[in-house]
Design a protein around this ligand. Structure first.
Ligand code: GLU
Length: 278
């Protein structure tokens, strides 16, 4: 089987050691398997993405010794594809519009009868305030938050509901309770991370998704969407996270650990590999 993997950064800040580890690991795995390493730009949230950061990403990755086929895929060019998939889910009665604000959700989820609010991959599990008793009919609203009716989705999705994490099969359990009705279309961008990443991986023929442990909880949603949309299911590898001296996960705002900063201080690509334990 051919091996296709990818690194999919969002150009919202400088790449740090954690990104370097993820990209190098994916690249090394592809090389060892005689496969392909793709670079994809996750720039769906255009308000937060900058072309300057994108240029810096290309530059840092090339400096690290990575190469990838061009042109790279940009999510910002793919909205029609995402909307078409949403239409499919809407027609099947699996989506509904939601008008709750974050504050509404927090308040409803922490109402006394609800017990302690449950947290899922996207934060507080949506308490279902806007979920209709019957699937909405008529055309899909153009500018609306659209949520997946998780209980219905799990009922109609092709079984088995599971995904491969390296050599183990992970079962998807109790998604309506532990994950809830996730947002598949944000009002401002017309799609969401979960939807776009699944469609991009499928359309690019990605066979192996190699990414940080922080995204492991989201993989349940991705595996379900693959079943709902009839997409192939890649194998996943969620790797350890690179942490700072205090044990905190690195974030884009940790400029001190930006690859660009290490470069400016005279580090070599070999130094970076050593720092992330490769
Ligand atoms: N763009 C996402 C991020 O920077 C990664 C998406 C993925 O690997 O699935 O966190």
């Amino acid at each position: 089987m051919s091996f296709v993997t990818r690194f999919a950064p969002s150009p919202t800040g400088p790449l740090h050691l954690g990104h370097a580890f993820s990209a190098l690991l994916a690249h090394d795995r592809a090389r060892a398997a005689g496969g392909t390493f793709l670079l994809r730009i996750d720039d769906l949230d255009r308000a937060r993405c900058r072309r300057e950061w994108e240029a810096q990403i290309f530059d840092d990755l090339a400096w690290l010794g990575l190469a990838w086929p061009t042109p790279v895929l940009r999510q910002s060019a793919r909205l029609p594809r995402y909307r078409a998939a949403l239409e499919t889910l809407w027609t099947r009665g699996l989506l509904y519009p939601c008008t709750c604000s974050r504050a509404d959700i927090r308040a409803a989820a922490s109402a006394p009868q609800e017990g302690a609010p449950l947290h899922g991959p996207d934060g507080v599990v949506y308490p279902g305030t806007c979920r209709p008793a019957m699937p909405p009919t008529g055309p899909m609203p153009a500018e609306a938050v659209l949520r997946l009716d998780m209980a219905r989705a799990c009922k109609v999705a092709d079984k088995p509901l599971s995904y491969m994490e390296k050599d183990s099969r992970i079962e998807l359990r109790d998604l309506p309770r532990t994950v809830g009705d996730v947002v598949l279309a944000r009002r401002d961008i017309g799609a969401s991370y979960h939807l776009s990443v699944v469609l991009d991986d499928a359309d690019q023929g990605v066979t192996h998704v190699i990414r940080g442990q922080d995204l492991a909880p989201a993989t349940q949603i991705h595996a379900l969407l693959q079943r709902l949309l009839g997409l192939p299911a890649p194998t996943y590898e969620h790797h350890r996270l690179i942490r700072d001296a205090q044990g905190k996960r690195l974030a884009k705002r940790d400029d001190a650990r930006a690859i660009a900063t290490y470069r400016a201080d005279g580090a070599t690509p070999r130094d970076i590999r050593r720092m992330v334990g490769l």
